[in-house]
Write a protein that binds this ligand. Sequence first.
Ligand code: SAM
Length: 436
Amino acid sequence: MTLPKDFIEKYQEILGAQAQEFLASFEQEPVSAFRTNPLKKAQKVFPESIPRVPWGHYGKISGKSADHVTGLVYSQEPAAQMVAQIAAPQKGMRVLDLAAAPGGKTTHLLSYLGNTGLLVSNEISKKRSKILVENVERFGAQNVLVTNESPQRLAKTFRDYFDLIVLDAPCSGEGMFRKDPDASRYWHKNYPAECASLQREILVEAMKMLVPGGRLVYSTCTWSPEENEMVVSWLLETYDTLDLIPIRKINGMVDGIGIPEVARMYPHLFKGEGQFIAHLQDGRQLSAKRNKIKSATSRLSQEQKRLWQDFSKDNLITEPSGTLQTFGDELYCLPAELPDVSKLRIARNGLHLGTFKKKRFEPSFALGLALTSDQVKRSVALTDQQFRSYVSGNPLALNVTYLNGWYQLLVDGNGVGFAKIVGSTIKNFFPKGLRF
Ligand code: SAM
């Protein structure tokens, strides 16, 4: 691939003797990888584990495979997998992913939280927030609020709130040149400095939302020191309660330029694309008394309550935990512990349970993805052939007659939504926009 001349000269100067090997790596294929999803009940054994990376595997996953459609796997190149692995939230934490679409770090953070605590997954672009919602739903997490906000507006609602904040910042994207050669066309000499000023602006807002004593993970997919070590130095100068937590270097990560605690990933040393990560700890005393949470109140009518309870009694062994809330005819289950979020643009208001229609309740596709087979009373396992036919929008004919009602459809043990069975026919409830 053709790299900008200024880019080549810059890295010849930064990397010296290593520059040739670094620049030669742009002629090699990008590295494909994926993570498996521990929230899914039916796991599979995949080959080529990435060493020292709990759910990571090398290899390509087709977007049309059952493993992808049921959310058992998420495609993410290996260097990007290091970010949430370093952040590694503990169960029960309140976590913010401040620049989250399409959702690689978000779904990885959810793997650590395991449906405990709360993740607020934010994306400023409306279009990208929709893709984020799709990926969160497929992953099947129940404890996520997806917002479509600017960091400035988000900070007004979540002051001193999060135990852990991940900022995977918008950046000059040098580490993605190999995957997306077009990205190199936008690059110019001053681009990294321009990105750095936006990164500092976002970090100011992030710091307002960090609880005293919380942790901050800052990452980029670029190598420019302006957006990496220089931003970290600025952070440490500006916020004297912040300290670096040294990152243990694995799989070919190297120390930062002049800052050994941070990590850089170069494709000629680490089998993956480009990434930079800094891990910071706030040194203020963690206040024992957390800011008070005004829980969202349930606004279901008596009729809606009854319809939901009827559905739950017939179909569910365990209900998702959280606060039930309606928006028009849509029913959601919001994670507990949320402050009043009514001023925010919400892209996914917790777990979408379903829709109230005339005198009945219809479960959502998201609910059928999120519940594991041991949480539902009735399910039907699809063969691979039936799965292919179902995702293209067809009803399915069964050999036997079932009791009419809702059933979770399973492929290799994991849900692909709920569908209604009438007699010996599975009606098609696979969302029209996702059919293929
Ligand atoms: N973390 C994501 C993942 O793992 O899938 C990738 C995030 S990408 C590197 C950076 C994101 O920052 C983009 O989705 C972009 O829309 C968003 N962004 C752009 N400008 C922003 C701003 N001013 N504040 C917050 N986010 C912004």
